[in-house]
Write a protein that binds this ligand. Structure first.
Ligand code: FA5
Length: 340
């Protein structure tokens, strides 16, 4: 009898633990503790036991009843589980959904704008020879203009003609590569790639992106450059923004310019956030004849223009976007990235 009762207790507790909902618990309560339940049926044998054994088994009976009753009433986990699993009216939980990085979105938008007017999106090495990054761009070895690019050099053997290997400090390395790829004009490329410089502050990151435009053909002049810049500015920033060219110097363009775009806050009038209404976008100019020669293009017959701007800085100048520190774009802070 004692063994039978202990087995019954174990069986009841196991069933209670694995009960899936309150109805099942109530069924177990009736089965074990109800008037016509298993325990009451067994209790009918008690009077036939010897008096000493009757007292011991009687006590065991009470202990088991209490244990089963407590197990049934102290099952909050089952109650909760039941609510979550079966209440179909509880609103569902959306799984977190990612999105493209803002810089990737900007690159897609920039490529689309230039592709619409016949530019071909190309990609050239982000680790390249000194030859393409400097030498063919009218910056021979030891030329002081090279210092502006604060370049990372790779510790690798030098090539007798192509020189050292560098992490490209600008996308202008694609200019002569594109001339070599096509062999002859017309050329209309947009090269978007990662660039690297030894610079880090609120407006500089060690790794950033540039987009480089290059057009070479017969009779290309500055008006084509200005028209292309105006088209881009209106498409990317909006119809109320304007651009201007400011004289500048680059070794690989002549004449050279810096391109400015009107401030998104004051639209050119001048405010605390800009310098006299204009924000600097990047460099541009007419391709230097020495660069065309390096790309084996007849510089008497063909002319061209080029421009190279930072993707991150350009993106920051878009209306409504206020990014106080460019480095935030690469901090991988999901609270920051979720805003875009
Ligand atoms: C150049 O790199 C030239 N190759 C641009 C060019 C191309 C001129 C073709 C003429 C013809 P610059 O060093 O000014 O120029 O860089 C161009 C743009 O890259 C800058 O205006 C800025 O938007 C971006 N840039 C440069 N360095 C960084 C940096 N460390 N972090 C983020 N953006 C940068």
């Amino acid at each position: 009898m004692r063994e039978k009762l202990l087995n019954l207790k174990n069986q009841a507790l196991a069933q209670i633990i694995s009960a899936e909902n309150p109805d099942e618990l109530e069924r177990l309560r009736a089965h074990y503790l109800g008037k016509k339940g298993v325990l009451n049926e067994l209790a009918k044998d008690l009077p036939h036991l010897e008096p000493a054994l009757r007292a011991e088994i009687g006590q065991l009976f009470n202990e088991i009843k209490t244990a089963i009753s407590q197990a049934i009433s102290s099952t909050p986990k089952v109650q909760n589980r039941t609510l979550v699993s079966f209440d179909l009216t509880v609103p569902g939980m959306k799984p977190p959904q990612g999105h493209l990085h803002p810089v990737t979105k900007a690159i897609e938008e920039i490529s689309g704008i230039f592709e619409k007017i016949g530019f071909i999106r190309v990609r050239y090495p982000e680790v390249d020879w000194d030859w393409y990054a400097f030498e063919t761009l009218n910056m021979p070895k030891g030329h002081p203009a090279r210092d502006d690019w604060e370049t990372f050099f790779i510790d690798a053997p030098e090539h007798p003609k192509l020189g050292k290997i560098v992490l490209t400090p600008h996308t202008s390395n694609g200019q002569v590569r594109e001339m070599e790829r096509l062999g002859r004009p017309p050329i209309r490329m947009v090269n978007i790639a990662k660039c690297y410089r030894r610079q880090s502050d609120v407006s500089h990151t060690v790794m950033f992106h540039q987009f480089e435009g290059l057009v070479v053909d017969e009779n290309i002049n500055i008006t084509h450059l200005k028209g292309t810049i105006d088209y881009f500015v209106k498409q990317f920033f909006g119809p109320d923004r304007k651009s201007r060219l400011r004289p500048y110097h680059f070794q690989f363009t002549e004449p050279s310019f810096e391109v400015d775009v009107t401030c998104d806050v004051c639209l050119g009038k001048g405010c605390k956030l800009c310098k006299e209404g204009w924000l600097e976008l990047g460099g541009a100019g007419m391709v230097h004849p020495n660069v065309l020669k390096a790309g084996k293009i007849d510089s008497d017959k063909y002319t061209g223009f080029a421009f190279g701007w930072g993707v991150e800085r350009t993106y920051m100048m878009k209306s409504g976007l206020k990014i106080p520190d460019l480095r935030l774009l690469y901090s991988n802070d999901i609270r920051f990235l979720n805003q875009f």
